[in-house]
Design a protein around this ligand. Sequence first.
Ligand code: SER
Length: 634
Amino acid sequence: MTGNEIRRKYLEFFKEKGHAVIPSASLMPENDPTTLFTSSGMQPLIPYLMGEKHPAGKRLVDSQKSFRSGDIEEVGDNRHNTFFEMLGNWSLGDYFKKEQLNWFFEFMVSELKLDPKRLYVTVYSGNADIGVERDDDSIKIWKEIYKAHGIGAKDYDNGESLGMRDGRIFYYGDDKNWWSRSGAPANMPIGEIGGPDSEVFYDLGAELKRHENSQWKDKPCHVNCDCGRFIEVGNSVFIEFIKTDGSKRAATNGAHANEKKGCFEPLKQKNVDFGGGLERLAMVSEGKDNVFETDLFINVLNKVEELSDNKKYRDNMKAFEVIADHMKGAAFIMGDDKGVAPANVDQGYIVRRLIRRAIRFGRQLGITKSSWAKEIAQIVIADYKEAYPELERNAEFIINEIDKEEDKFMKTLVKGEKMINGDKMDGEQAFNLFQTYGYPIEMTKEICREKNIVLSNNFDNEFKKASVKHSDLSRTASAGKFKGGLADSSEETTELHTVCHLLLESLKRVLGDHVHQKGSNITAKRLRFDFSHSAKLTDEEKSRVEKLVNEAIKAGHQVSFEEMSLDEAKKLGAEGVFESKYGDKVKVYSVGNFSTEVCGGPHVSNTQEIKGVFKIKKEQSSSAGVRRIKGILQ
Ligand code: SER
């Protein structure tokens, strides 16, 4: 059964049980400043788990796009992905443990045809400190379920020290069988919701012998030991508690009120939050022991083989898996309707890290052709566009941004790699690599590990210090200099700023000398430019303007400036002198012999540094006698 089929079957199965199928929420969470990405199915549903009415009802089912940046460096074992699909079914104060555990088991056995003898489960062992008891209800339900399948099911505690013995049902504590966005009860902030959970594990078989070779080899194997033999395929969370400061409860009976530990009070309603990773379910139902061998990755891996001149996945597993995982993650983050482009902060930084790390591993595989990363993204789009049509809607953006990022990174990759040399590296050097060559700190560390370069003791602090120093500097610079229409001082914004000068001059040449700048606003992605002119531009005028701008970019004009008095600037015929807002002395920027304009900067030093082809995306009226152009570098 393919991943697409499993997704469809799961939605169908729960639809038949009265659930409304809801679409995946965005990967960029709304009203949730605590995380950069949606990393579980329950995140977008929190208000409804807390009691708000969901418009689709009390039973919901979905497949939620999820991304866990914390797993970037885990990719390469048999089961971790950064991006994954979380199949989820939800009871918002409707059904509870009995239905949930029975239904999921039924789905696995009847629909996915998994052998019930390979399924093991865990339940919450309880914690007297927070007043929540062992989940005996679930133990009882599981025993009945196994019995119905003719399987005896003994239950045991202490799997960590005593191992599996002959058990089926195992109890674990706060770290393993309690779920909230912030983990164990002790880590939950006041106001957070969560509850005990029950996980299902699939036994990939003792013959895998992963355990013997793993760091757990001297300890007993048990379902949660992480050796890779047992894989978690689903988690039913019983979200029924909210952590409070205990003041209300203390006022009534004083039980469990403890300021430090918080107090776990029942929510208005008992909820079920089930989450199962589609990739893992596909893996076990396809009889594989590695998520990357499922149909959800196979087309991408084949493409990597082709691009790397027939290197084989089996011989280069980590590099293939990093490329496949990271390019899928990047495509989904950029292809979201709230899509994010590579950048140096926030979600954009993660996208940058993903693309650059994938490219670096591609180089290790000997992929030499340029502009290859987008070919992987194209496969991801084709594989997933039916389930996630936004990928196709935003395909152009995904492909363009990947191409631009690859181009930028390739220009500095070799130089950067040469800089990572010697026996030692400190955090300030790493910051310079980030600043000059766009090397994410994590990547620098990884390369150092590969080359046995020792990191200084204070590495992370040095990096932080250097970056704080730098951002102070650039804040000062921008406060003093870039009062105009620039959103930031990134490379892209600077390039587009120089393009504005080329655009103004080109408009004058095509439309006439009455054209003057009326305003501008520039971000890293686009420019907005207002100018005096009263008629709509014809297609022919627009393409003549684009052509002039692009020729000027290609011509490689030097950009320079001179400080002079306003009068001198006027004599020179510089654009922008009709207003005296600049004071006595002004800076006049010249782009070769193409244009002269009063301006505060910053600009590129040569027009050839401008990457891409200028394109007018929109031309419209802004106010009487003023037209507005939106333009981009493609
Ligand atoms: N919230 C749980 C998880 O993410 C189940 O959906 O594992």
